[in-house]
Design a protein. Sequence first.
Length: 282
Amino acid sequence: MGDPDDPAVLLIMGLSAQLTFWQTAFCMNIVDQGYRVIRFDNRDIGLSTHLDGVKVGGSLLKRLANHELGKPSDVPYTLVDMAADAVGLLDALEIRQAHIVGGSMGGMIAQILAGKYADRVLSLGILFSSTNQAFLPPPDPRKLKALLSGPGKGATREQYIETAAQAARTIGSRKFALPWEESVRRATLAYDRAHDPAGIVRQSAAVMGTGSLKPYAVAITAPTVVIHGSADGLMRPSGGKAIARAVKGSKFVLIKDMAHDIPEPLWPQIISELTENFSRAT
């Protein structure tokens, strides 16, 4: 979206979330500030490449334990591979440099991109994410279960949609909760656009299997703003604070009552912080 001659902003979304999670109106608000906005589906989600038939082997409990200790595990692919996907997209679009904005898992991918491919990054904005380093407070089990648990084998389309809508409300901002009908509408659009539970399992394994991102975060030199919600129980504010501590010169913004979503009433504040950080790029 926007003029191809304007500076590019690449939006990277999180676990199980298609590019449509970046609401069109949110993107157009950034376009109106004089930027070209690009959103895309990560591998194994939406209309992107799906690694059909690739199984995640090994013990889930062991992966979880390694994840809490900041250690990697043997998985089909890691967030490092997903960062390379994002660079490949920039190459395909013939974009030499871009402002990078990532949310949740997308914020993890963005850290790797900015740390490993510094010459491609004008600035970095990270929403509700983490360095995944050892001994950070774990997520609220209820929030994590809501995100990762489906309705079970043999579930109908309607059951999948209802489960997804409820999950979004469970991890999202209670103060800014959407009407139930709107939650269902969004979940329906996502299901009908693409539905692949096995792909989400592989994405989850990538998050747990990559290990600590701190080595990438400390290498980041681009102007960086880290935005987190005070009410986020899935990715606790300590995750965002860990990123801000690791990235020299970064700015940390804690938004009251925001959880693991991007509520429309908070768009002006979030977009203001992002575009102010864009302007710091030289």
